[in-house]
Ligand binder design. Structure first.
Ligand code: AMP
Length: 396
């Protein structure tokens, strides 16, 4: 896929509307993690260096087309200004006179932040009049919010009808990492698909079967696959209504010559609780009154062996109930092995999805992966093989 980037447009003296992701976590009105803010700075600096005036467009929370004061983007002004070391001007609307006056008054080197796009119902409806009103404040549109690219909204898709549209450096880096992992990967490719339920990851597994050489199934969803083979899983989380689906997936994997790797041994516990009494048993021997909460050491060894035999790894979802000790063992051990192989130059590792990022961060290995996508829904839809509308409008 080829898409236009900042270097394809002349930004000198231009008003540059940059779609960013500013959904930062808050404690009251205090920004508790400014990762997302720091991620947009290279883009803002590149625009300023090229002589452009950066005007930030973003949504914040889900105000559903109404002005909800608690969801005002004004809450990030301080954190943005101190991270950027620049003056941040705020306009209390993203369209109309308030925005137009602020754009007009913007001095070189300043950053203009426009109010929450979702205060207008036209945003989520991708309304063309609203998109046109957004576009009126810029000469160029830069989309740097991969995390919002799976939604066809006015500030991600509609606006591109009215302005030259290019990918920002953050978007371009994300797309390049994802392409290396799945579109044009070095083989063999192994995928890890974990998490709670098969039902939420059907499309994802379906797409992966045709693209990768092996899929490690982990977490609660592995229980459903074990049950589909007639294995008793006791009190484990298991979708008993998905057994036929799991069998169908196993059949498709065989036809596609994609190996499905299921746990050989498991850690079973009496309850879903930290330090609950537990033991390791063969996957076929889960006691009736216990539940599987993690993959066992033999399973982890098999997963690591598979990583060692692969050149590319795509990871979504934990291998066990990683939030509660000691059931974070398999996720942590496999993540560390992947990070070590990556550091040694033997593996390209790409991971993403909300819980996955949390799990990899908790394991301390995430930062040594080749790329960790913080985009939840967009990353999953991309893994499912879907065209992301916010990316499609940037294609050249
Ligand atoms: P997901 O949102 O589908 O990626 O699922 C992540 C959740 O799955 C986490 O909250 C884990 O605690 C949970 N999970 C993983 N393995 C198990 C398991 N064996 N039993 C119950 N929950 C699990």
């Amino acid at each position: 896929m080829t898409y236009r980037t900042l270097s394809d447009v002349d930004l000198s003296g231009k008003r540059v509307l940059i779609r960013v992701d500013l959904n930062v976590p808050l404690d009251g009105t205090r920004v508790t993690d400014d990762t997302r803010i720091r991620r947009i700075l290279p883009t803002v600096e590149a625009v300023i260096a090229a002589g452009g005036k950066p005007i930030l467009l973003a949504h914040f929370g889900r105000p559903k087309g109404k002005r909800v004061p608690e969801m005002s983007l004004s809450v990030v002004i301080g954190a943005l200004s101190s991270a950027a070391g620049r003056t941040v001007i705020f306009a209390d609307d993203c369209i109309g006179d308030a925005a137009a006056h602020a754009v007009e008054a913007l001095e070189t080197g300043e950053i203009l932040l426009l109010e929450n796009t979702r205060y207008h119902a036209g945003e989520e409806k991708n309304d063309s009049e609203f998109a046109k009103a957004l576009a009126a404040n810029g000469d160029v549109f830069v989309n740097d919010a991969f995390s919002a690219a799976h939604r066809a909204h006015a500030s991600t898709v509609g606006i591109a009808e009215y302005l030259p549209a290019v990918a920002g450096p953050g978007m371009a880096a994300e797309l390049s990492a994802l392409e290396k992992a799945l579109s044009v990967p070095e083989r063999p490719v192994v995928a890890v698909v974990g998490g709670a339920k098969v039902s939420t990851k059907l499309d994802l597994i379906g797409n992966l079967l045709d693209k990768v050489d092996a899929v490690v199934i982990g977490g609660g969803m592995a229980n459903t696959f074990l049950a589909a083979q007639g294995i008793s899983v006791g009190k484990s989380l298991c979708e008993h209504d998905m057994l036929d689906t799991a069998r169908e997936i196993m059949g498709r994997a065989e036809a596609a010559q994609c190996e499905l790797i299921l746990p050989i041994d498991v850690v079973v516990a009496e309850a879903f609780a930290a330090q609950a009494p537990n033991k390791t048993v063969p996957a076929r021997e889960c006691p009736d009154d216990m539940m599987i909460l993690d993959a066992g050491p033999d399973s982890v060894a098999a997963i690591i062996a598979r990583f060692k035999a692969s050149k590319t790894l795509v990871w979504n979802g934990p291998l066990g109930a990683f939030e509660i000790e000691p059931f974070d063992f398999a996720t942590n051990a496999a993540a560390k092995a992947a990070a070590d192989l990556t550091a040694a130059g033997a593996l390209l590792s790409v991971a993403g999805g909300g819980d996955t990022v949390a799990a990899l961060n908790a394991s301390g290995s995430g930062e040594r992966f080749s790329y960790v996508s913080t985009a939840g829904g967009a990353f999953l839809e991309w893994l499912e093989g879907k065209t992301l509308p916010g990316v499609a409008v940037l294609e050249s």
